[in-house]
Design a protein around this ligand. Structure first.
Ligand SMILES: *Cc1c(COP(=O)(O)O)cnc(C)c1O
Length: 433
């Protein structure tokens, strides 16, 4: 490969100046990173022109692939109308249009949209809104949150606090504020226990936060939608707010536009991120129900105001793409593809992956999948080796510990699903050597 030196050179330049998140930089150049020079459709290209199928959707954000003509056009058209104007005390027509379009599809009653940049920021907003909601209503003592074991809600301090440990974040424990912790999804009694905790602690709880149906970062752990519905019912019965964190599950990932729909749940606060702009731009959103929103109405400059905001809130470029994204999801029947490809993937994983002796468990909901490897001894970093073997075969995968994550774009084709499973099977066998 004539250009191989080029990619290696970029990796060296990258390692010399860029600090990558969740990455040990001393080992970064040796862990087969791909430095992307170009992205098109479902593929990424390194500086040598080698092609990789993006089977993790650029860490779960890409929904329709790259260079989507309708989205590119929406972005360029918005550039010509101005990239960004502040939403603090002023408005922007594109953000209004996006909010109107979202209002028609989110599973929230009388929704109002507070925008931020990242999922974690939108989680922070939800926590602070829930906290202030009770203050504004004159109810004292509603100062804590109930969250699940293994939960992941982002990396800012508040989001980290409702999230559970893991990923080496335990050292930040002294910075975390205390929360009530229900068991992890892998505990069959976790929802029973959560419902008991809600009943016992309602007078202290501002809100319950949950990743509906799939705990993503935990390693794709699944919950029964009926259990999420029971959780929501307990919140309603005991007058505790429910926050659904759909940063990972939103925008079609689980086969419906939002996973809450499968549970028949309409949360008080809904958190959106990742797929909101199809993976194009950093935009997230906290959706508040009318009941929550109205508790913040009062005198100008008065204490009921939500004193919180981000500089790039409601960014017009991101809003234009997010608006076009909703139209494309509809026009291309993307949700039907998610369901069909999910069934195909389920069958292939069952036939080709689950029987392998190196595989412990296969989990899948919609196009959120996890293949849990069963390493014979600790410390072999199987997940990493299996993914490196897949990258060498042209399929970009990234593990969560010993769970190989499968998160293809929602527009993935039948041939690409076959390729992913074929390469994964080979990579598991090679990685196990
Ligand atoms: C990724 C994720 C977040 C954090 O979003 P960022 O944009 O990375 O800050 C929050 N919650 C869930 C469920 C996520 O998967």
């Amino acid at each position: 490969m004539a250009g191989m030196a080029d990619h290696r050179d970029w990796i060296a330049r990258d390692a010399a100046v860029v600090w990558h998140g969740f990455t040990q930089m001393a080992a970064y150049p040796d862990n087969a990173p791909v430095v992307v020079a170009r992205a098109e459709g479902h593929h990424l290209y390194d500086p040598d022109g080698n092609r990789y199928l993006d089977a993790i959707s650029s860490l779960w954000v890409t929904t329709l692939g790259h260079r989507v003509p309708e989205l590119d056009a929406a972005l360029i058209a918005q550039v010509e109308r101005g990239a960004h104007t502040t939403l603090l005390g002023n408005g922007n027509v594109t953000t209004v249009e996006l909010s109107e379009a979202l209002a028609r599809v989110v599973p929230v009653d009388d929704p109002h949209f507070l925008y931020a940049g990242d999922g974690a920021s939108a989680v922070e907003q939800a926590l602070k809104i829930a906290f202030q909601y009770w203050v504004n209503r004159g109810v004292a003592g509603r100062t804590t949150f109930l969250a699940f074991g293994d939960a992941y809600h982002g990396d800012t301090i508040g989001a980290l606090s409702v999230g559970d440990g893991g990923f080496g974040t335990d050292l930040f424990d002294p910075l975390r504020f205390p929360v009530l912790r229900a068991p992890r999804f892998t505990d069959p009694d976790c929802f029973d226990r959560a419902v008991e905790l809600i009943a016992a602690h309602a007078s202290e709880l501002a809100a319950v936060i949950v990743e509906p149906v799939v705990q993503g970062a935990a390693g794709m752990h699944l919950a029964d939608p009926a259990d999420v519905a029971r959780l929501a019912a307990a919140c309603r019965e005991h007058d505790v707010l429910l926050i659904c964190d759909e940063v990972a599950t939103g925008f079609g990932r689980t086969g419906t536009l939002f996973a809450s729909e499968q549970c028949g749940v309409r949360p008080d606060l809904l958190v959106l991120g990742k797929g909101l702009t199809a993976g194009y731009l950093a935009m997230s959103c906290t959706v508040a129900s009318g009941r929550v929103y109205e508790a913040f109405l009062g005198d100008d400059l008065g204490p009921r105001t939500f004193y919180h905001g981000h500089s790039y809130s409601g960014n017009a470029l991101a809003a234009a793409v997010a608006l076009a994204h909703l139209e494309v999801i509809e026009a291309r029947a993307v949700l039907a593809n998610v369901r069909a490809r999910s069934e195909q993937l389920r069958a292939l994983l069952h036939d080709r992956i689950a029987p392998l002796p190196q595989v412990g468990e296969v989990r899948l909901h919609g196009l959120m999948g996890g293949v849990e490897l069963a390493p014979p001894t600790d410390g072999l970093r199987w997940g990493r080796r299996v993914c490196a073997a897949a990258v060498a075969r042209g399929v970009l995968l990234r593990p969560l510990g010993d769970v190989v994550v499968l998160m293809p774009p929602l527009t993935v084709t039948p041939e690409e699903i076959t390729e992913i499973v074929h390469v994964l099977a080979e990579a598991i066998v090679e990685g196990a050597r």
